[in-house]
Design a protein around this ligand. Structure first.
Ligand code: NAD
Length: 262
């Protein structure tokens, strides 16, 4: 069976863990060669080793433009090209309330989540423009679609990713470069260390625990030629969370309202 990404080369930032790792593994299974670009050297090297010749690890801090360039160069050196860039590396922000937030993590969150995505897109696109096009996929979040109280720096960073993605999709289409983003939710990884039970019960209409592989499948679609006419979109991988609340949330709300009235 031919793979969906036969002959393609990809860079996956934050590829050593969670959603990035699942994507690296699926990309390799589908025939791609992949550079894992991450700050976590131990996990990144181990993953690359487990995947054999189709994967290489490059220590990359996406808050440093030169290091991102190093990851792109590594794809060219190791595998002779770059067709897919998944700007996935991301970090959460403080769980404090807005009024108590001292913004001590602002630079880090914006650096990884926004600067890293912007420079990663730019360095990949410079190569793709000169080489017949490519596919860039950025990792946003439902926090970038739906506003709400809490983690406001994270939300702002992920909203920026969406607007940025659409803006450069408009700019780069003329070079055959497609740019899309995904918006995952509530998938168990290192970043989501909270009890997912109430989320599945009251917030997510599909009562199924999302897996890293669900995200990898969405990224694979956007990376592959099946999405040849798809650019500038935000694809939620969220079990319909951003579509609206499930009926039981409304029921619980109605019951709480009744309590208040009594
Ligand atoms: N898990 C979810 O439910 C969820 C939901 C919405 C969005 N996301 C987004 O998905 C992306 C991946 O998150 P995850 O859930 O797999 O978490 P994760 O913590 O398992 O993976 C994040 C990876 O990014 C790497 N990383 C962190 N800072 C970096 C830097 N400066 N340079 C390079 N790599 C760096 C980490 O070492 C790690 O390997 C993030 O952008 C996150 O915001 C995840």
């Amino acid at each position: 069976m031919p793979g969906e990404l036969d002959g393609k080369v990809a860079v996956v930032t934050g590829g050593a863990s969670g959603l990035g790792q699942a994507t690296v593994e699926l990309f390799v299974k589908e025939g791609a060669c992949v550079v894992i670009a991450d700050v976590d050297v131990d996990a990144g090297e181990e993953l690359a080793r487990s995947l054999g010749d189709a994967a290489a690890f490059k220590r990359t801090d996406v808050t440093d433009a030169d290091e991102i360039q190093g990851a792109v160069d590594s794809a060219l050196e190791h595998f002779g090209g770059l067709h897919v860039m998944f700007n996935n590396a991301g970090v959460g922000s403080a769980l404090t309330t807005f009024l108590d937030d001292d913004f001590s993590d602002f630079e880090r969150v914006m650096g990884v989540n926004v600067f890293g995505v912007m420079v990663g897109s730019q360095r990949a696109a410079r190569h793709m423009r000169a080489n017949g096009g490519g596919s860039i996929i950025n990792n946003s979040s439902i926090g970038g679609i739906t506003a709400g109280a809490g983690v406001v720096t994270y939300r702002a960073s992920k909203a920026a990713v969406i607007h940025f993605t659409k803006s450069i999709a408009a700019d780069l289409g003329r070079f055959g470069i497609r740019v899309n983003c995904i918006a995952p939710a509530h998938i168990a990884t290192d970043i989501t260390r909270y009890d997912q039970g109430p989320v599945l019960k009251y917030m997510q209409p599909l009562r199924r625990q999302g897996q890293p592989e669900d995200v990898a499948n969405a990224v694979l679609y956007l990376a592959s030629d099946r999405a040849a006419q798809v650019s500038g979109v935000v694809l939620p991988v969220d079990g319909a969370t951003t579509a609206g609340p499930p009926p039981n949330q409304l029921k619980a709300f109605a019951a709480a309202m009744k309590d208040t009235e009594e």
